[in-house]
Ligand binder design. Structure first.
Ligand code: 5GP
Length: 120
């Protein structure tokens, strides 16, 4: 829940400009930047600017505009990166079982090569 949001998590610090990032796209709702440890030729993270840990938090607490802004940012970034035609993969790790390492909601965008089969 937002009450549990850790303002010192690494993405909160990136949003405050305390840690540098390679920004791909930014608007009032979202920030997209290159992952520091890329797992594909293109590996970008898209995060909402609001303080959300989980999809439950985001779905309950974010305004309709904010939800729309975040989803639009994901689509915009995929297109900006030239991935619309070749294709790409979105992935979101949520919680312990999925090894969510950073407790700020994020979506991974993978692309730039033929990707393997989806792994669970
Ligand atoms: P998760 O496992 O939480 O879904 O993924 C977190 C991602 O954040 C990982 O892919 C990791 O490489 C990335 N990451 C962690 N710290 C930093 C950082 O300081 N800067 C950037 N750009 N990415 C980071």
């Amino acid at each position: 829940a937002i009450a549990d949001y850790d303002d010192n998590n690494i993405f909160a610090r990136i949003l405050r400009g305390e840690i540098p990032n390679k920004t791909v796209y930014e608007d009032q709702w979202a920030l997209a930047f290159h992952d520091i440890n890329p797992q594909a030729p293109v590996h970008v993270l898209v995060i909402p600017k609001g303080r959300y840990v989980s999809w439950a938090d985001f779905s309950k607490q974010a305004s309709t505009e904010e939800v729309a802004g975040f989803v639009r940012a994901v689509g915009t970034v995929g297109e900006m990166l030239g991935l619309e035609a070749p294709g790409y993969r979105l992935l979101a790790n949520a919680g312990l079982d999925a090894h969510q390492e950073v407790p700020h909601l994020h979506v991974h965008i993978f692309g730039g090569r033929k990707l393997g089969p989806m792994l669970v």
